[in-house]
Design a protein around this ligand. Structure first.
Ligand code: ZN
Length: 161
């Protein structure tokens, strides 16, 4: 039976990029649990998991557009060192947040620094990557009313946050 809305879904996964490098995994840690139907994971990934049987394993490959988007050159911009707070430690690869006009935090990464010019990149760090998830479905259960109202899964032993 497909997994419906408001279920707690527990999985193990290994995430690899196109070159086969492991970017993330649960194999040495706790399984990952999410609340279904609340956009907690990539929609295409959730769709693929929703038809799995408990105990099954599946390899799910997502194109960039189904994952974290295409890499967009226009999302790379030049800023001035003086645009940053004076005490900000500017370094290549470091992530900062910009505040959009509607008050949202938008992450960006510093790509390079040359004199007073800072090249910043608003692409998601995984933009442009074709991603493969090796997923094992461990368990599916009904979410508790508390979990549904919080919008996330709680650990088996109680409430941890
Ligand atoms: Zn909670």
């Amino acid at each position: 039976m497909p997994i419906g809305q408001d279920q707690i879904v527990s999985i193990n996964y290994v995430l690899k990029n196109e070159d086969g490098n492991i970017l993330d995994s649960t194999t040495n840690g706790e399984p990952f649990a999410f609340l279904s139907g609340h956009e907690q994971i990539l929609p295409k990934l959730e769709e693929a998991i929703s038809t799995m049987l408990i105990g099954a394993k599946k390899e799910i490959t997502l194109q960039p557009a189904e994952a974290y988007g295409e890499y967009r050159e226009e999302s790379v911009q030049k800023a001035n060192r003086s645009d940053f707070p004076e005490d900000a430690e500017l370094q290549e690869g470091v992530q900062f947040y910009a505040t959009s006009p509607d008050g949202q935090n938008i992450p960006f990464t510093i790509r390079s620094i040359e004199d007073d010019t800072v090249t910043i990149d608003f692409n998601h760090p995984l933009a442009g990557e074709t991603l493969t998830f090796e997923v094992e479905l461990l368990d599916v259960r009904e979410a508790t009313p508390e979990e549904i109202s919080h919008g996330h899964a709680h650990a088996a032993g109680g409430h941890e946050h």
